[in-house]
Structure formats: structure tokens, C-alpha cells
Design a protein around this ligand. Sequence first.
Ligand code: CP
Ligand code: NVA
Length: 336
Amino acid sequence: TQVFQGRSFLKEVDFTRAELEYLIDFSAHVKDLKKRGVQHKFLEGKNIALLFEKTSTRTRAAFTTAAIDLGAHPEYLGKNDIQLGKKESVEDTAKVLGRMFDGIEFRGFDQAVVEGLAEHSGVPVWNGLTDEWHPTQMIADFLTIKENFGKLEGLTLVYCGDGRNNMANSLLVTGSMLGVNIHIFSPKELFPEQSVVAMAEEYAKENGSHILITEDKEAAVKGADILYTDVWVSMGEEDKFEERVNMLQPYQVNMDLVKAANNEDLIILHCLPAFHDTETVYGKDIQEKFGVSEMEITDEAFRSKYARQFDQAENRMHSIKAIMALTAGNLFVNKV
Ligand code: CP
Ligand code: NVA
């Protein structure tokens, strides 16, 4: 039996705790190979399709460079390049791509689309972010955490801001699967959906960790090892901009919050992109419209000695490489 071969990664719960840990450790392994200049062409001669309905810097770049390092050919198919969602169904698109490609990445809105691609293509499909989950991000994030603390179990991660988005969902479920305590620090209106909380609670109980969903800053940061934040306005909800800017100010990651956490070993993570200054077009717009130049994280916190977001971004490539190699490559893992 093969543990990983032929499998899709559509959401974190597709894998067991031991399998997620294997993915994290294998990411560290391929990172080491890359750093030492050792070839690792586990996907030699394969073709990988990269479908993007939403924009991306890290995920696209990581899948592209990872595929090439693995000896595969990556093909980018943007939403204006192919018929999917306009002239052709998910099922037909999946059947066609599955005949030509050995693996398919999909980033988009609807989780049902990535599930449909997996159901009908016959090849491994990897979720590069949907409205619900961001599983490949999780392997990079927990790799980054493990690199910093040498372990995962027993740590406390505090996620600040929009508690209802894909990142909050993924961190809640993945953290509790891995024995990491997850605190969600957000306003009541943006508390995670009950179904996600229930799932996380179940895993936490199994793995000896706890979850906490709170508006209370002191309770939220108590015992924090990791402060994590994400954009206040996710892709596809641009109309909620004003509401979020007004609602989420108290949940910003800034040096006051760092101080409140009172842990010199603390690290700050952010999946990126981040809105911490006015250098970008987006930043300029925000300043003009709302008079604020920083949103979910201050520039000071973003550039502080605690920040690890660029290690985290690099780890997207190593972890995506591990995921593709194990599920679509010539690697044989019989047991985890
Ligand atoms: N973190 C992340 O998924 O970044 P991109 O949206 O740039 O891919
Ligand atoms: N919640 C963000 C994550 C970006 C990586 C979004 O969906 O836009």
C-alpha cells in the first residue's frame, strides 16, 4: 500500500495527524536538499496544471518553482485562458486535464470546484486556496513554527482578525489536529462558523490541545507563542472593506499586542500579502478613504525581530514540493 500516492489535498482533514506531520517533515527534507544543491527530481517528465481563478504571488510562484525543481513542467491556466466556469463544466474540464496532466492545482472561490476536479480528473488535485480552506499554506506554516520552536505540540497560536475566513478555518482545524492550542481573537460578528469550531474541538480533545474563540484581548494572548494575522478583506469580499476596517481595528497585530503576550520567544506570522504601509496602490487607497495606513498589522510589528513571514513565504515552495512529490511523484511511502 502507498500512503500518499494518487491522493488529493483538498482540505486538511483529508489527511491524518501522522500524515500531516510526515508532510511537514518531508518539507524540511526537500528544503535541506535544495539548500545543499542536491537534485530531487521526484516528478521527472510529469506535467502539472496550475488553475487560478483568483490572483496569487506565493502560491503560483511556489508551485511553478517547485514543479521545475522536481523535474516537471508547470502550465499556468488563468481564469481568462480556459473555458472553466464559462463554456465548460468542472467535470468536462477535469476529464480533459486529467488525460494530459499528472497533477492539478486549483485556486478559486468555491470548494466544490476543487472537489469536482479531484472527483473527475483521476489525478491528484491540490487546493491552492478556496473560500473555505488553504491547506498547502498549513504545511508551510507549521513547518515554520517547528523550525522556530523545535516542536509543535503544546504551543499556542493566536489568530487575530477575521475569524471567518479560509485562514482562520484552516488554522483552527490543522492546529487542533497537531496538538497546537488555537485562540481566535476576533469580534463576535466574525467568530468562526459553528461547524468548523465543532470539528476543531473534536480534534483538540483527541490531541490534548484546546481552542478558544474570544473578543477578550488578555484572554486571547495569554500563553501566546505565535501571533498570526491575515488580511481583513479576503479576495472576493472587496465590498466589505469599510465595514471590516471599522470593525477590526482592536484586533490589529501591533507592538502593544506583542507586549501583552509577554513572551520573548514569540514569533509573528502572516500568510501574506499584508497591508502594513502605504507603499502599495491598495495602501494609498486605504489612506485616502479611511485615513489609516496600516490594517491587520502595523509596519513596526511587521518589521520587528519577532516577524517570520518571509521564512514562511519561502516555506510555501518547500512544502508544496513535498506535497506534489509524495502524491504525484515516484516516491513510495508504505507507512507513516
Ligand atoms: N499566502 C498566499 O497564498 O499568497 P498568494 O495569495 O500570493 O498566493
Ligand atoms: N484570506 C486571504 C488569504 C490570502 C492568502 C484571502 O482569501 O484573500
